[in-house]
Design a protein around this ligand. Sequence first.
Ligand SMILES: *[C@@H]1O[C@H](CO)[C@@H](O)[C@H](O)[C@H]1NC(C)=O
Length: 333
Amino acid sequence: MGKGQLRLFLFLFMFCSFLFLVLSSSVSPRNFPIIPFDEGYTPLFGDHNLIIHSDAKTVHLSLDESSGSGFASHDLYLHGYFSASIKLPSDYTAGVVVAFYLSNGDMYEKNHDEIDFEFLGHIRGKDWKVQTNIYGNGSTNIGREERYNLWFDPSEDFHQYSILWTDSKIIFYVDDVPIREIKRTKSMGGDFPSKAMTLYSTIWDASNWATNGGKYKVNYKYAPYVAEFSDFVLHGCAVDPIDHVTNCDSVQSSETVPSDVTQLERIKMENFRLKHMTYSYCYDKIRYKVPLPECVIDLREAERLRKFDPVTFGNGHHRRGKRHHIKEEAASF
Ligand SMILES: *[C@@H]1O[C@H](CO)[C@@H](O)[C@H](O)[C@H]1NC(C)=O
């Protein structure tokens, strides 16, 4: 190797090392302890359709003609990192919704908060649809839904779905990819979830709205529909459910919850959104004549989304209000 080549080699080596350091400098939020089901959760409804594996770490939730099923965290949390590995029911699952979400709807009937991951059922040959959403302080008529397809078949294997919630932002993750970041803005006012919530996971029949707006119903010929859950992480600031006492948001707890996406993650997020997002409330003219204040309208994005969902750019109907009602009903079985 000549001197010039050596110098070039060294330069490239150092440049690559530098890039590596820059891109990997923040801690990934993945390194939290995984807890057994019983330690963090308790069955919520459809007990006969909830099966805890002998390893104590994996749980099956199923939906059949008699009932769906669900579980809830023992504790309420004000902020934290919440995660589960989920394997969805396979084949024809139209109308079957699996949800992994935070809510305090049982405590605040009129002004509840919510942060949602929802799998909207699937028809063979079509893409899987996932929806994320938040509600703050009871604004169920102000949804902030986004929908995406996935780059894998979520019924084939377990994948990690995570919600990071701090007092300044909410980040949704699929495996190692942050897919959505919601920054709290002044203009959102009370719409940013700000009261302690319980973590829930449920499977239920949402025939009338879930799959293509209710076009495809649950077919019980294929029941039971079984969703599997594992690798539970509940890393948050627990709040006493009785007297609501909390030490949350002390320096200590905000240190242990990483609250930023790294540069590499940001690149992944932007790529994901560019390729996989199919709907955003920011472009739904039926719902919001004027986009909500935090929306930054990008004309190219609008053009791209229009192809997936011309309805929201012209004519259509709402599907959101009813769904909430149903989820609450299911939870009170
Ligand atoms: C939430 O709603 C309640 C009742 O409607 C209201 O009194 C309170 O000010 C709201 N909180 C925020 C942060 O907007």
